[in-house]
Design a binder for this molecule. Sequence first.
Ligand SMILES: *[C@@H]1O[C@H](CO)[C@@H](O)[C@H](O)[C@H]1NC(C)=O
Ligand SMILES: *[C@@H]1O[C@H](CO)[C@@H](O)[C@H](O)[C@H]1NC(C)=O
Ligand SMILES: *[C@@H]1O[C@H](CO)[C@@H](O)[C@H](O)[C@H]1NC(C)=O
Length: 649
Amino acid sequence: MRSFRNIFLYECLFALTFWKHCSLSVENELFISASNDFPEDGSDKKTKSLPLLYTNSHQSKANFDWVVIQNTTESLSLSEITNDNVKKLVALLSNFRRGSGLQNLTLTNVSVDWDALTEILQTVWHSSIEYFNINSVTQLSNIKTYDFDYSGTSMKALTVKKVFITDLYFSQDDLYKIFADMNIAALTIAESEMIHMLCPSSDSPFRYLNFFKNDLTDYVFQKCDKLIQLETLILQRNKFESLAKVSFMTSHMKSLKYLDMSSNLLSHDGADARCQWAESLSELDLSSNQLTDVVFECLPVNIKTLNLQNNQIASVPRGVTELKSLAELNLALNRLADLPGCSGFSSLEFLNTEMNLILTPSADFFQSCPRVRELQAGHNPFKCSCELQDFLRLERRSGGKLAGWPAAYLCEYPSALRGTQLKDFHLSELACNTALLLVTALLLTLVLVAVVAFLCIYLDVPWYVRMTWQWTQTKRRAWHSRPEGQETVLQFHAFVSYSERDALWVKNELIPNLEKGEDCVQLCQHERNFIPGKSIVENIITCIEKSYKSIFVLSPNFVQSEWCHYELYFAHHKLFSENSNSLILILLEPIPPYIIPARYHKLKALMAKRTYLEWPKERSKRALFWANLRAAININLPVADGERSGETD
Ligand SMILES: *[C@@H]1O[C@H](CO)[C@@H](O)[C@H](O)[C@H]1NC(C)=O
Ligand SMILES: *[C@@H]1O[C@H](CO)[C@@H](O)[C@H](O)[C@H]1NC(C)=O
Ligand SMILES: *[C@@H]1O[C@H](CO)[C@@H](O)[C@H](O)[C@H]1NC(C)=O
């Protein structure tokens, strides 16, 4: 059989310009076809089954009879019409004169030649039949001019599907003319690989033309001004390439309302192609073509419904076209990166942007498109981030205008959130709102400052901190210098020096507090432990030398009356070097710097270092003061020495 195929292909080359099907007749019973097997569902699946074998078996079996599929008063459906039974069929159909009941006739598996087919058509034309369907016309051959009588018909619609022409050489016009000039409202020639159709020779009553799935090109109906009543034109699945040419094709179709150009090869070269559409055109299907953004420069001005699904549109250019009547726009399956605005489409009510590349839809959509009633934006690769929050708010405010919500709206990025419904995606307001974040941080800082200020002002925290610091420092120093302190054995823990005017405080506060309790501190007061016959300074020095520490109760009084005794002593005595820890200063009252005479260098130096303990006015702070003082004194006297001076208060 391979060789048959080769012969067939060779013959086919000669027939390329004609209706594309061709087959080779081998004897009377065997036919080989390279054509589609005409799938009943209308799918494009080419089955190229070669060779396909017909062996007119029905003829012998059914005595040249057709097969009756349906037989009622109104409709008749027959199958297996051949050249052998066609005379009988014509005779039968001749009975159904105009006015009889039969309305619908369907013929399937018609394998007749051109003469027979025209005879059937002519008979039907003068019968009562209104709807005539012919499916699967195989072996159409001997095509030649036929002078068809169109007069006096009841016909409303003729539907021819899957016509298969076996002729290799014929004038195409003979074939097309008979269909083009039909005086009926609706004509369908589908799935027949028809490459052309003629313009009717006079004004045509066609209101509906359907050439679904053929091989028609841009040359069809160019400059054809006879289709003035045509309302619906379906050219789905053909080979149209130029959108501009299609627009010019429609420009003479004054009544055209609906045009289906889907699944062609349409593109538009915006630069040098002008467009001119029928003004009446209100519904246009341009889906599944190769159109890009420039398609918006070539659209019918009065369009109401526009289908641009499955093209290559990346964005809807603003301000290019004004389609005032556009109510429904389908942009699904394109390459849109964002929702288009409605700047040119003031009447838009339905918008479909499913299956595009929209990561973050702009949130001002419903503001710019106030008349939109439904937005289908699902199945986009949404990026779930802060920017999307605005869109989610938009969804909440839109009042259910978002079709397919929530199931069709899933996060695609980041990958951790992939598959999460947008409905379940939440980021806190704070994480996304920079201004809010700043305000919050500012507020927190203010609160912190306020708390710190409050603590400082009302609770004197810095004082506590300073005292605690001093206390720990003294403890640390005492720890490190302990071994040294045990070498010399001294009589007193501390020597206390103070002004007479502060004596009351020393007697009522200092001494009772230091000398009470278990770790009783023994103090040397130059009054109390006064050795007669010695000068004040000598007594003081004796006292200092018998004690581990020297406590000075500083006040303006003290500076003015007592310090003079010490300034000279300190100047010569290494014992009280700057870093000495045997010196304890208690600041009973603040001493303004001007009170300190210029010659008191030592005192000035000590005051500048601020290493004194301040006597707190508040009772609550005093415990810490005493603890600090005790820590500073912190020396264990060798009790065994028993050199207790016997002084008690
Ligand atoms: C249809 O049915 C009628 C009556 O039942 C019969 O006379 C007629 O021959 C049938 N037509 C065909 C085409 O079989
Ligand atoms: C005849 O065919 C037309 C169109 O296909 C259909 O609308 C109508 O219902 C049919 N009539 C009968 C009686 O089958
Ligand atoms: C038409 O012919 C094909 C192939 O012989 C057959 O499969 C199909 O059933 C026929 N159709 C009808 C309606 O008889």
